[in-house]
Design a protein around this ligand. Structure first.
Ligand code: AHM
Ligand code: MG
Length: 337
């Protein structure tokens, strides 16, 4: 009976979010509309990623992005699709994308309820050409008051986010979302073109057996990070060493951490004193999701979601994952003070 019910009673992401929103007193459907435009962008990118080899979309577009990296055609395409989908939702006022140096202020006639969306349209670009999982990451804020939105509205700590999520373009297309009431995962059923709830109420294991870091940077790490990774390999408490897994796509490495537990690190190093990952559209959304799943996210100094960004493309070191694993790295940084 229950197997039957699962096959016939499909919990699509739209139905799920409508249910969730109906529990809120002044829900007006704006968020559901905004989300459906994000979902559309993800479906488009999913299909483009799957066709990339065929359609010869891969290759350099001859432009560089704000971080001075070469842009692949898929990055450009994904960014265009998300910007257009978000503007046409009629529910956004400011957009911040990894691919655009400046924030996009939506023209007043296309503004609706004042949502701000921060996003990395296609993260993990070094993995595009070899077919390894990549993803889209996004976070959603509300502007503080009903007045002309400014850049200050974007530079809010991550704890003010209303919702965050990511979509992973892997062996299947998985959409993970939190609106502040836990974390839920949906898988794209290609025959229906719908995301169906497959991972209800994701909770990250309290402690994990995996650590995930680019160890090639070890030479330049600080003391606490070096010690932490050393403890993963040569535990002093008699426990078994952790396994190392590192895809090099944040979405894939964090997604695995949600499901299997453990810790993901992109620490500071001597060459990159603020790490590599961007606060607004990489660190904050993943930290929001991690806390919602019962884990922790730490910058080496503070709770990641307490950080107040001072510029759009700011970077921060990040340690996130299972509650107890992050406790260990926090203790090492505290002892280092
Ligand atoms: P990107 O935005 O240029 O794709 O870079 C972000 C990616 C993350 O997905 C990943 O966690 C990290 O860069 C990997 O960096 P590294 O190659 O230095 O290990
Ligand atoms: Mg990125």
């Amino acid at each position: 009976h229950s197997a039957d019910a699962q096959r016939t009673d499909l919990m699509t992401i739209t139905r799920f979010v409508l249910n969730e929103q109906s529990k809120q007193p002044e829900a007006r459907g704006d968020f559901t509309i905004l989300l459906s435009h994000i979902v559309l962008g993800c479906k488009f990118v999913c299909s483009a990623v799957n066709k990339a080899g065929l359609a010869k979309l891969i290759g350099l577009a001859g432009e560089t992005n704000v971080q001075g990296e070469e842009q692949k055609k898929l990055d450009v395409l994904s960014n265009d699709v998300f910007v257009k989908a978000l503007v046409s939702s009629g529910r956004t006022c400011i957009l911040v994308s990894e691919e655009d140096e400046e924030a996009t202020f939506v023209e007043p006639s296309k503004r609706g309820k004042l949502y701000i969306v921060v996003f990395d349209p296609l993260d993990g670009s070094s993995n595009i050409d070899c077919g390894v999982s990549i993803g889209t990451i996004f976070g959603i804020y509300l502007v503080k008051e009903n007045r002309e939105p400014t850049i200050e509205d974007v530079l809010q700590p991550g704890k003010n986010m209303l919702a965050a999520g990511y979509c992973m373009y892997g062996s299947s297309c998985t959409f993970v979302l939190s609106t502040g009431r836990g974390v839920n995962g949906f898988t794209l059923d290609p025959s229906l073109g719908e995301f169906i709830l497959t991972h209800p109420d994701i909770k990250v294991p309290k402690k994990g057996k995996i650590y995930s870091v680019n160890e090639g940077n070890a030479k330049n790490w600080d003391g606490p990070t070096t010690k932490y990774v050393e403890n993963c390999k040569f535990p002093k408490d008699g426990s078994s060493p952790k396994s190392l897994r590192y895809v090099g796509s944040m979405v894939a490495d964090v997604h695995r951490t949600f499901l299997y537990g453990g810790i993901f690190l992109y620490p500071a190093d001597k060459k990159s004193p603020n790490g590599k990952l961007r606060v607004l559209y990489e660190v904050f959304p993943m930290s929001f999701l991690m806390e919602q799943a019962g884990g922790q996210a730490f910058t080496g100094k503070e709770r990641a979601l307490d950080l107040v960004p001072t510029k759009l493309h700011e970077r921060s070191p990040i340690f996130l994952g299972s509650y107890e694993d992050v406790e260990e790295i926090k203790a090492l940084y505290a002892a280092d003070q």
